[in-house]
Ligand binder design. Sequence first.
Ligand code: GLP
Length: 251
Amino acid sequence: MIDVYTAMTLDGDSPVPLYFQIQSCLMKAIDNGTLMPGNKLPSERELAAKLAVNRLTVRQAMSELVNEGFLTRKRGLGTFVARPKVEQGLSKLTSFTEDMRKRGLRPAARLIALEVQGADKKMAQSLRIGLGEAVIVIERLRLADEEPMALEISHLPAGRFPAFLTLRTEVSQGSLYDIVRDRYNVTLCAAVETLEAKVASAREAALLEMPSGMPVLLRERVTFDQNGIPVEYARSLYRSDRYKFMVEVGQ
Ligand code: GLP
């Protein structure tokens, strides 16, 4: 275990609350590399004893850093320094695989469902097909260096992607956008997206390995081919402690 105490000097006479001082010391240690992603912190009890403060003070400091995504709690294991959030631009049409590789992370997917369903209203509207028409539904948990990052459901119009269900192995191992391009000759040219916050359901939280009730970022995308025809309607739920989105604005 690394020695965090040398980085922590608290001033009991300062008007700055003690929990805030603890937070600042921890943040400084993360910024200057004394604390590195993956390092384990001492327990709340130990920190409180060593710093001669109330345990609740330590808890308050740590909880805020957990909520802000700088620390992460692993049940039964303790509190660790989190990896920096993935900063994701919103202005380029890229795939999860590309995004992770660009950051030096290893992308992977766990296939949860691959099936054909009749289009509901939202799918039909997004893909501009008739209600009840066949839609391929692909649900995957997306991982980076084995850590869950996002839960994605992609919907493709089945008529455009014949025999897609036979590609189960490829879908579970590779990039959907590569399959669409290489197997079906479909070029993805543009997308319209929305981004909103929502609370993870119990199922979503369990799959994403996060406490239920935590916020997630819901990103919906309708992707178009070169003729402006919709080929994918996707709902991606990103862990809010692992992601932040970035948009460039101009005049
Ligand atoms: C992003 C998009 C999804 C898309 C996915 C394809 O995550 N939000 O809409 O389905 O990329 O990624 P890949 O080609 O790695 O399967």
